[in-house]
Design a protein around this ligand. Structure first.
Ligand code: PGA
Length: 258
């Protein structure tokens, strides 16, 4: 059985004080579970203090992005070693907001994946189509291309460490989530594509998350689907009590005690 991963992507929200307050609230409400990983991806500025705060709590830390170079004259950028040194075990790569507002291409995303893996940081690769692509029925072609280019030159052993998050752009921050059937269809398409690039075994072991307007009230239905192993949660991860509802929906999937 695959584990379930519930990840919070705070985007550009919460200063250090607010992050620490959230961490305190979440730790108070959260009991470590066997088959669930809980992950918080705060802004860079809060990584170090949350790394300390989460130590021993069972809650994992991730960054929302990183640069692929190791060090040097790249003003404003953050390296894999820097995020790892703060305690980050995961990094989100290729989020649609990075693709849209910061011009990240599949080629850049591929370099970031390779660099994260070199530093033993677990990448969460985001893929997904926008509204006009979905309306034209192109969602599978788009996601397939993002996967093929994203995984370029990545060895079998490294590929097995990547989690993929299917995040249809039209569902992000809009309050309109993909239906559980739409999300599951794309998750199983991602599994098939990875089995074509690598093999069946890796595609069955890998985690596939759904992201896009996941909230307490729709999490159980989305997570109930066989090919969906967790959620990447934006807005609803900003409040500890809402986020814990999503974690509890994940517990129902794995049969963990609440
Ligand atoms: P949302 O964001 O949950 O606010 O839709 C999800 C994401 O962008 O990862």
């Amino acid at each position: 059985m695959r584990t379930t991963l519930i990840a919070g992507n705070w985007k550009m929200n919460k200063n250090v004080d607010e992050s620490l307050q959230f961490a305190k609230d979440l730790i108070n409400m959260y009991n470590t579970k066997k088959n669930i990983e809980v992950l918080i991806c705060p802004p860079y500025t809060a990584l170090y203090s949350l790394g300390k705060k989460f130590k021993g709590s069972g809650i994992k830390l991730g960054a929302q992005n990183m640069f692929y170079e190791e060090s040097g004259a790249y003003t404003g950028e953050i390296s894999p070693d820097m995020i790892k040194n703060c305690g980050a075990e995961y990094v989100i790569i290729g989020h649609s907001e990075r693709r849209k507002y910061f011009g990240e291409t599949d080629e850049i995303i591929n370099k970031k994946l390779i660099s994260a893996l070199k530093y033993n940081i677990l990448p969460i690769l985001c893929v997904g189509e926008n509204l006009s692509q979905r309306e034209k029925g192109q969602e599978k072609n788009i996601v397939r291309k993002q996967l093929i280019e994203g995984y370029k030159n990545i060895s079998y052993a490294d590929a097995s460490k990547i989690t993929v998050a299917y995040e249809p752009v039209w569902a992000i921050g809009t309050g309109k989530n993909a239906s559980s059937d739409q999300a599951c269809e794309m998750a199983s398409f991602i599994r098939t594509t990875i089995s074509e690039i690598y093999d069946y075994e890796i595609s069955e072991k890998m985690l596939i998350l759904y992201g896009g307007s996941v909230k307490g009230e729709n999490a159980a239905e989305l997570l109930g689907k066989k090919d969906i192993d967790g959620a990447l949660v934006g807005g609803a991860s900003l409040k500890a009590d809402e986020f814990i509802k999503i974690i509890n929906s994940g517990s129902k999937k794995t049969g963990d005690q609440l």
